[in-house]
Design a protein around this ligand. Structure first.
Ligand SMILES: [Zn+2]
Length: 335
């Protein structure tokens, strides 16, 4: 049993209290490899933003769960050193399990030093979701680890799990769910979606440039949830904006990403003014990394030193994370 506190990590409690009071959202960025974690830490130290490092089940099997845990620990040490060198403040970092699918996975993460876990029982019937979530909360809270639950189903692809249709969160269920499970935050479904194809062309309208415009988020549902749970931290998954610029670079350099549609950053920005305290962004990082790699390979076909293509990809990620912190989530200069 390794407590996250000994690793220098933070749970999400204070982070969300500050985010609620300051009307911004804490970024939750996924990582699977070294360049991603370096970019997240660099960007968040330089923009002085708290950050939630997220690891999905897929990431744990891809990168090896032991290695990932130590990468999380390494991130803390890197952050401290970097803050000192640049004369900046240290930033709070949470290490969070994204979409935990069972009590066992959550327990393994808690036992190995994660400071926060998500248990996603949203695809189960309501009472089963409550029972599973409560079991995780009871265990996690013994160690002050914070727990995120989910009500409502997001459409899209998350790791290998595909949900064809979304089911919006029912505001009339949230008080019962939160009080019976004891969760610390709640992921809701109000029209965001996982992956780079968040909406089908049929669901969208087109603007004068022929660009797809997705249907607006269901802010009415968010408001109704806030009325039911005043001051309670809400989480938005599937919140990448899927930048056309990155998709264009990919497709101009041999890629084939069709009908990609994301969530406009302006809508996300509006959501952070509310009880939304955590915003999950994964696809945008994947797209910028891919765009940069394709460009480097197209322009320098003889290049075979991984540092020469992963390095530029890492730089692109740093820029993107800083942009999100500063211009979308409002989490810059909040430490
Ligand atoms: Zn998600």
């Amino acid at each position: 049993m390794m407590s996250y506190k000994n690793l220098g990590l933070s749970n999400t409690k204070k982070m969300f209290e500050n985010a609620m009071a300051g009307e911004y959202a804490v970024p939750a960025y996924n990582f699977n490899n070294m360049e991603q974690i370096q970019a997240i830490i660099t960007a968040c130290v330089e923009s002085q933003s708290p950050v939630i490092l997220q690891v999905s089940k897929g990431a744990r099997s891809y990168a090896n769960e032991t290695l990932l845990k130590f990468m999380g620990q390494g991130a803390i040490e890197m952050m401290k050193e970097m803050a000192k060198q640049k004369g900046l403040k240290e930033i709070p970092i949470a290490l969070h399990l994204d979409h935990g699918d069972s009590f066992e996975t959550c327990k393994a993460c808690i036992d190995s030093g994660f400071s926060s876990v998500m248990i996603d029982g949203s695809h189960f019937p309501y009472e089963e979701n409550i029972a599973l979530t409560k079991k995780v909360v009871d265990y996690a809270h013994e160690f002050n680890v914070t727990v995120e639950g989910e009500l409502g189903v997001l459409a899209g692809v998350e790791d290998d799990v595909v949900a064809e249709e979304s089911t919006y969160t029912k505001p009339e269920e949230v008080v019962d769910f939160v009080s019976r499970t004891g969760v610390d935050s709640l992921a809701i479904s109000i029209g965001t979606s996982h992956g780079a194809n968040k909406f089908t062309p049929e669901q969208c309208t087109k603007n004068e440039d022929g660009v797809f415009v997705p249907p607006p988020l269901k802010f009415k549902i968010l408001e109704a949830i806030e009325e039911q749970l005043p001051g309670f931290p809400i989480v938005l998954h599937g919140s990448s904006s899927v930048p056309l610029e990155a998709v264009k670079i990919i497709n101009e350099n041999g890629g084939a990403i069709k009908d990609a549609v994301g969530l406009p950053e302006t809508e996300l920005k509006n959501a952070t003014k509310s009880a939304v305290c955590k915003v999950n962004i994964d696809s945008d990082g994947r797209l910028w990394m891919t765009a940069t790699l394709r460009k480097v390979f197209a322009e320098s076909p003889s290049e075979f030193d991984p540092r020469k293509y992963l390095g530029p990809a890492r730089s692109a990620l740093i820029e993107m994370y800083k942009h999100k912190n500063k211009n979308v989530l409002g989490s810059s200069n909040r430490v």
